[in-house]
Design a protein around this ligand. Structure first.
Ligand SMILES: Cc1cc2nc3c(=O)[nH]c(=O)nc-3n(C[C@H](O)[C@H](O)[C@H](O)COP(=O)(O)OP(=O)(O)OC[C@H]3O[C@@H](n4cnc5c(N)ncnc54)[C@H](O)[C@@H]3O)c2cc1C
Length: 268
């Protein structure tokens, strides 16, 4: 339980208040969860900061303020379907009404609902440092350098709006269970970007798979499963999530499924 509560009224105030011992209170779905990954001494509410609620689609770019909830994104029909599809991975509407995209990104969970999709789409983040200056970094750099960015306020995520194909798949025992595997593929101008979140292994972008697909877009399901079986990934057997071999099979077979959807002109 936090010892102190502060309500920030501006971005600069929120960024300046952040220390290693505090957390931003956005939707509160993780902070207030029993067994939460976050247990700060100080909570800095960012709920009243209007700038974090901006959601705009211009020149093919989707700009989503960090304070937008999953439900707000889902209900906005101008948001490309592949992003709304990933928001639906959070099955509980009550949770979707509260949980924000900024909170989801900040947690960098390996079973994240949204990160594989945003990584495959080549998402860019805008962050604010403690001194009020801002910086733009790729989501991929944020995920790989998370400790360096831990205390920064996420202002927004921007993704290129429209892909001829973009789709994601989530594997879990039930819609409300933790995902064992979530993966996403975005295709544009002959370029492929693939990403996945694998439970107990981490979040990954696969430039090697992009290269393979760019050389031979007609890779078969068997070839994709062989790629997943050979690729270096720290996956281990787990009683709940399944054997490492099964997860590798799912990874290859699910990318094959997305490629079949692309071949049929489906999803975007
Ligand atoms: C039962 C249950 C199951 C869940 N299962 C999953 C799951 O399978 N996958 C998953 O991804 N999540 C899961 N969650 C966690 C959570 O619902 C989502 O990740 C949600 O998007 C977090 O957003 P929030 O706004 O509620 O974050 P909060 O709880 O308000 O904050 C969480 C963290 O994000 C940081 N943060 C919030 N906003 C910002 C910002 N703008 N800039 C920088 N840091 C920020 C906070 O400092 C804090 O450390 C689950 C939660 C519950 C209650």
């Amino acid at each position: 339980m936090a010892e102190r509560f502060e309500a920030a009224l501006s971005l600069q105030e929120a960024a300046a208040l952040k220390t290693a011992d505090s957390a931003f209170l956005a939707g509160g779905t993780e902070i207030n969860r029993l067994g939460s990954l976050v247990s700060p001494s100080v909570l800095i509410s960012i709920r009243k900061i209007k700038e974090l609620k901006k959601l705009e689609i211009t020149d093919g770019q989707v700009f989503i303020g960090a304070g937008c909830t999953f439900q707000e994104i889902l209900e906005n029909e101008a948001v490309p379907e592949y992003i709304r599809e990933a928001c639906r991975f959070m099955g509980s509407r009550t949770k979707r009404n509260m949980a924000t995209i900024g909170g989801n990104i900040s947690l960098c969970r390996d079973d994240s609902y949204l990160l594989p999709t945003l990584l495959a789409a080549g998402g860019m983040l805008s962050l604010m440092k403690e001194d009020g200056t801002t910086e733009e970094i790729s989501l991929e750099d944020y995920v790989s350098g998370r400790q360096e960015y831990e205390n920064r306020l996420i202002l927004s995520v921007t993704v290129p709006g429209v892909f001829p194909f973009a789709g994601s798949v989530r594997h879990a025992n039930t819609v409300e269970s933790n995902a064992r595997l979530t993966l996403s593929l975005c295709i544009r101008d002959g370029k492929y970007r693939a990403a996945a979140g694998i439970k107990k292994a981490g979040l990954f972008v696969f430039p090697d798979l992009s290269e393979k697909l760019e050389m031979d877009p007609s890779l078969s399901e068997a070839e994709l499963i062989a790629w997943a079986k050979e690729r270096e990934l720290p996956i281990s057997d787990d009683k709940i999530f399944g054997s490492a071999e099964y997860i590798r099979y799912l990874l290859g077979a699910s990318f094959a499924r997305l490629l079949r959807d692309y071949g049929k002109g489906g999803r975007t």
